[in-house]
Design a protein around this ligand. Structure first.
Ligand SMILES: Cc1cn([C@H]2C[C@H](O)[C@@H](COP(=O)(O)OP(=O)(O)O[C@H]3O[C@H](C)C(=O)[C@H](O)[C@H]3O)O2)c(=O)[nH]c1=O
Length: 180
């Protein structure tokens, strides 16, 4: 795997190192030793999949508050999405800043999201599927979110959302979010 630090401390873009031959391709998607060598989390308790029918679907920006705060490893297995994380860490020099990675099903690349970040994405193709690993179990009572369309975030989403949950449309702006 190829690890590339992102501009927000602790966040990492991860590409696979495919081994291709006449049969197709084989690649490592995860390795305890490689992750540990990079100082990344190696304990995961839940795996989820997000299946999105239409391009333009916007999900997020979500997080879980302590003690249920979580590290996420999000990978695109089909289609394509603009994946965005926002730094909500208390005392962070980059609080409120975001960074984006294009997750591509053809590359099967991933983003490693540390604790203290809100996460969301907009799909760029119909049928986009993202696979999540979570370091902490789902805790509905500790869920929070910020509005992905908040102008204060300055996120350049590819298009107006085609699909978006009512919950996400009603999320509060960054200024109403207590740091994590
Ligand atoms: C996250 C989660 C959700 N659920 C249930 C709760 C709802 O009944 C249903 C859909 O959940 P939600 O509307 O939160 O799904 P998304 O809007 O795609 O949110 C997810 O995608 C954004 C971008 C994220 O980063 C979060 O990890 C995750 O919240 O699955 C579970 O049963 N287990 C879980 O771990």
């Amino acid at each position: 795997m190829i690890f590339s630090p992102l501009p927000l401390a602790g966040a990492v873009s991860i590409d696979i190192d495919p081994r291709e031959d006449a049969r197709g391709m084989f690649a490592r998607l995860y390795c305890d030793d490689e992750f540990a060598a990079q100082g990344l989390n190696t304990t995961w308790v839940q795996m989820n999949i997000s299946v999105n029918t239409h391009a333009g679907t916007l999900r997020g920006l979500h997080f879980q508050r302590p003690p249920a705060d979580e590290i996420k490893l999000v990978r695109c297995l089909r289609g394509m999405a603009l994946d965005v994380i926002v730094d909500l860490r208390r005392d962070s020099d980059t609080f409120g800043r975001h960074t984006a990675v294009t997750l591509d099903g053809a590359r099967r690349n991933a983003i490693y999201i540390p604790k203290g970040f809100a996460h969301g994405f907009q799909t760029l193709q119909d049928g986009t599927e993202l696979k999540y690993l979570h370091s902490t179990a789902y805790a509905p009572g500790h869920e929070g979110g910020i509005n992905p369309l908040d102008p204060a975030l300055g996120i350049d989403w590819p298009q107006p959302p085609v699909q978006m949950s009512d919950r996400d449309r009603d999320l509060p702006p960054l200024k109403e979010c207590d740091p994590l």
